[in-house]
Ligand binder design. Structure first.
Ligand code: ZN
Length: 196
């Protein structure tokens, strides 16, 4: 069941998961748009519907398991797996900062995996999750996200496998010394630090 992108954008704005203003991102860059998917995924009925839509958008890739990078991808990955009728695992960082499978999670050799994340910025976490899957001998057959911030990661992914984001945005970000919003004198908000 697909949901038009405009409807997804309106939903995310209505719950504050997409905000407009002047923000300092966790990368230190400034942007006029802030995305925090947890604010829409906190509602189980929205999470379930979005997971179903992402599963449908990915098409029939024969997925046997969903793997998500913790924490951001866990809820959406669970809902995509519910829609696909398969199990949902997550990868997380160990004490050295490396992404690993823990908690007794295991993948079979050749198992068909969909990697799901909440938001793609540079896609670093999805890339790491894909490496963990491949190192375990399983096979990444598709990748999906709720939001792609438009920094080119989805295009890069599509050169190697089916990849879909339910909402593809194009959100410029700026170094603080080059930020046009700073020049207007608009105060900068750091939502990541304030909201944990
Ligand atoms: Zn700025």
């Amino acid at each position: 069941m697909s949901i038009p992108a405009a409807e997804i954008e309106a939903l995310l704005e209505s719950v504050g998961a997409i905000r407009h203003g002047h923000f300092q991102l966790s990368s230190g860059l400034h942007s006029a748009t802030y995305v925090q998917c947890a604010l829409v995924l906190q509602f189980p009925h929205h999470a379930e519907r979005l997971g179903r839509a992402l599963a449908a958008a990915l098409g029939d890739v024969g997925a046997e398991v969903v793997v998500s990078p913790a924490l951001g991808g866990v809820i959406l990955g669970h809902e995509v797996a519910r829609a696909l009728g398969c199990r949902a695992l997550f990868v997380e960082r160990d004490r050295t900062g490396a992404m690993v499978l823990r908690r007794g999670f295991a993948l079979r050799a050749g198992e068909r995996v969909v990697v799901v994340e909440d938001v793609w910025t540079t896609g670093g976490s999805t890339r790491e999750a894909m490496r963990v899957v491949e190192a375990a001998g399983a096979r990444v057959v598709a990748a999906g996200a709720l939001v792609d911030r438009g920094e080119g990661f989805v295009a890069e992914l599509r050169s190697v496998l089916p990849a879909r984001a339910l909402l593809e945005l194009s959100i410029p970000s700026y170094r603080p010394d080059e930020c046009p919003l700073c020049r207007t004198g608009l105060p900068v908000e750091k939502p990541g630090s304030r909201r944990g």
